[in-house]
Design a protein around this ligand. Structure first.
Ligand code: ATP
Length: 147
């Protein structure tokens, strides 16, 4: 089946794939060719894609996935492959969010910091997939920061 991953600034991926595991708001969803049509809302998490020859992992943020039997379109606020992730930036975002969570009392500010923290942790997790250590193997993707 065809997969397109589209973000506001680019076409992150376009190609033929064998399976997709995507982080929907109600849990990870596996998609194989011929899947019944559906639209799912995506949350921050790890997107795993198998092609005939390889497995790709991407950090995704909120978005939507539209599934039809031979094509899947993922529209996400952000999507990065491990090599695209700036680890220092994610660490800085994580530190910033943690500091706000430790000091602020404002509901809206705290909610925003919680969301930033989730995204930063997710990026750090996906960035690790490429270092060959096998750490964080996503065969059973783990949800991050969800209550
Ligand atoms: P920051 O607080 O570091 O700006 P953010 O979580 O607010 O991060 P997003 O709003 O999720 O950033 O994404 C904005 C854009 O920046 C997207 O294109 C996303 O792919 C990119 N981006 C954010 N953080 C990173 C990172 N650590 N490495 C690479 N690209 C990133």
């Amino acid at each position: 089946m065809r997969l397109e991953i589209v973000t506001p600034d680019r076409l992150e991926f376009s190609g033929d794939v064998e399976s997709i595991i995507a982080p929907s708001v109600s849990g990870y969803i596996g998609i194989l060719p011929g899947h019944i049509p559906l639209i799912a809302r995506l949350t921050v998490g790890v997107l795993t894609v198998r092609t005939g020859t390889s497995r790709l992992t991407l950090a995704v943020s909120e978005g939507y996935m539209e599934v039809s039997p031979s094509k899947v379109i993922i529209l996400a606020e952000a999507a990065e492959m491990p090599g695209e992730i700036d680890v220092e930036r994610a660490l800085a975002a994580k530190r910033r969010a943690e500091e706000i969570l430790a000091t602020s009392k404002e509901h809206v500010v705290l909610a925003r910091a919680r969301a930033s923290l989730q995204k930063a942790i997710n990026r750090l997790k996906v960035a690790k997939y490429q270092d060959g250590s096998g750490e964080g193997s996503p065969s059973v993707p783990e949800k991050i920061g969800r209550e």
